[in-house]
Design a protein around this ligand. Structure first.
Ligand code: GLU
Length: 444
């Protein structure tokens, strides 16, 4: 079944026109959680505030290239299954397209479009010489064997090879994709062109041209941004209890880095449920528990919290690092955190954002908060191209420089213009991007 027929998120393209006919509650909910609708509202909000010329905005309202592929895979039982996949390049004005690939049952065209748009904005906010892209396959990797995953990844790579390349479009890990999968992408692409091409993908294993520090980079970036926030808004990070939603690559590494720096992580969760201890959780021990069990939800030495109640936990800093739409208009009034640092892409709906702003909750937006991952991806790509590799110390120091600089720039705009950090981040990203769009002009 395709994403188009399966997704409840499918909506007509002329969203802005819906104001005239009052939307039903059900329709409002569908619009609230549609990522592309969300992304375009964010763009419009920034464009209006900045008085941005329509030419630039109109360009950014469209993805440059959208490729839908069918991915036939021979399953272990001998049957053939065809998966639907996408690779979308939103914009290339500032450089080659960059962005991850996710494997998830809820992948949809609108989701991948939004994620590609957010990559364009993210790379611009932290000033990396990239445009934005994203890819995905509608599948449930948890129900697939390693052989099936490898065959699916390789065939998908072959299908999108007309778009990707080290100077064109560079994939990376995202939800449910990891170093091994990036290794298969690198190998498949290299086999096709006849020589090894490490720069075609980032987030690879170190042994085939991956970078030190890439695995922890997103979580580390989340920490650096939170530390700057504490400095700017005058609170003591070590005294601020942190709750982290999600225990994938971003959430688990964020928890580790926060704990390493002496912060108190009082809550963490995964799909199975959440854990809470007001005295602080032992992250190292939970990591070990996770290595032996499917979920952290049954870890015995903490209070258990239902997954859908996790964002309401008592804490000062909440890091949503799971999926989109976990903070909505419905639960935003009950969020107790004073600061939200978005480790995931699109975890807060725009309606929830408005509620949180009214309540004085500060939200550090995804396009800034989780930019550490793509920043070290950029370092990996630079190292691959030069075949010259840096130390982990150097990588972390450069990551910190970039994230701190971007945060300060966004914070300065937020204070000067008296706007929230999401709008400020969009203003910083859009200013840079618009310059490139104007200079390059319209061909022919
Ligand atoms: N998937 C990550 C993101 O959403 C990383 C992308 C990359 O490294 O290219 O930012």
């Amino acid at each position: 079944m395709s994403a188009e027929t399966k997704s409840p998120l499918r909506i007509p393209p002329m969203i802005q026109k819906t104001e005239k006919q009052p939307a039903s509650a059900e329709r409002r909910e569908v619009l609230e959680t549609n990522p592309w609708h969300m992304a375009m509202q964010q763009l419009d909000r920034a464009g209006t505030k900045m008085n941005m010329e329509p030419l630039v905005l109109e360009r950014l309202r469209h993805c440059k290239r959208i490729l839908t592929v069918s991915v036939p895979v021979r399953m272990d039982d001998g049957t053939l299954r065809v998966f639907e996949g996408y690779r979308i390049q939103h914009n290339l004005d500032r450089g080659p397209a960059k962005g991850g690939i996710r494997f998830h049952p809820q992948v949809s065209l609108d989701e991948v479009k939004a994620l590609a748009f957010w990559m364009t904005m993210k790379c611009s906010v932290v000033n990396l010489p990239y445009g934005g892209a994203k890819g995905g396959i509608i599948c449930d990797p948890k129900k697939m064997s390693i052989g099936e995953l490898e065959r699916m990844t390789r065939r998908y790579t072959s299908e999108i090879s007309i778009l990707i390349g080290p100077d064109k479009d560079i994939p990376a890990p995202d939800v449910n994709t990891n170093e091994q999968i990036m290794g298969w992408i690198m190998d498949t692409y290299s086999m096709t062109i006849g020589y090894s091409c490490p720069g075609v993908v980032t987030g690879k294993p170190i042994d085939v041209g991956g970078s030190l520090g890439r695995r922890e980079a997103t979580g580390r970036g989340v920490f650096y941004v939170t530390r700057e926030l504490a400095c700017a808004r005058g609170f003591d990070l070590r005294k601020a209890p942190v709750a982290i939603q999600g225990f994938g690559n971003v959430g688990s590494n964020a928890a580790k880095v926060f704990a390493e720096h002496g912060c108190k992580v009082v809550g963490i969760s995964d799909v199975g449920g959440g854990l809470y201890d007001p005295k602080g959780l032992d992250i190292d021990e939970i990591m070990l528990y996770r290595a032996k069990n499917d979920t952290i939800a049954d870890y015995p030495k903490a209070e258990h919290v239902a997954a859908d109640k996790f964002v309401e936990l008592p804490c000062e800093i909440l890091v949503p690092a799971a999926m989109e739409n976990t903070i909505t208009a419905e639960n935003a009034p009950r969020v107790k955190a004073k600061y939200i640092v978005e480790g995931a892409n699109g975890p807060t709906t725009n309606e929830a954002d408005r509620v949180l702003n009214q309540r004085g909750v500060v939200v550090v937006p995804d396009i800034l908060a989780n930019a550490g991952g793509v920043t070290v991806s950029y370092f990996e790509w630079v190292q691959d191209i030069q075949s010259f590799f840096w130390s982990e110390k150097e990588i972390n120091a450069r990551l910190q420089d970039i994230i701190v600089k971007a945060f300060r720039e966004v914070e300065e705009v937020a204070q000067r213009e008296k706007v929230d950090l999401r709008l400020a981040a969009f203003m910083v990203g859009l200013t840079r991007l618009a310059k490139a769009v104007r200079i390059r002009g319209t061909f022919p």
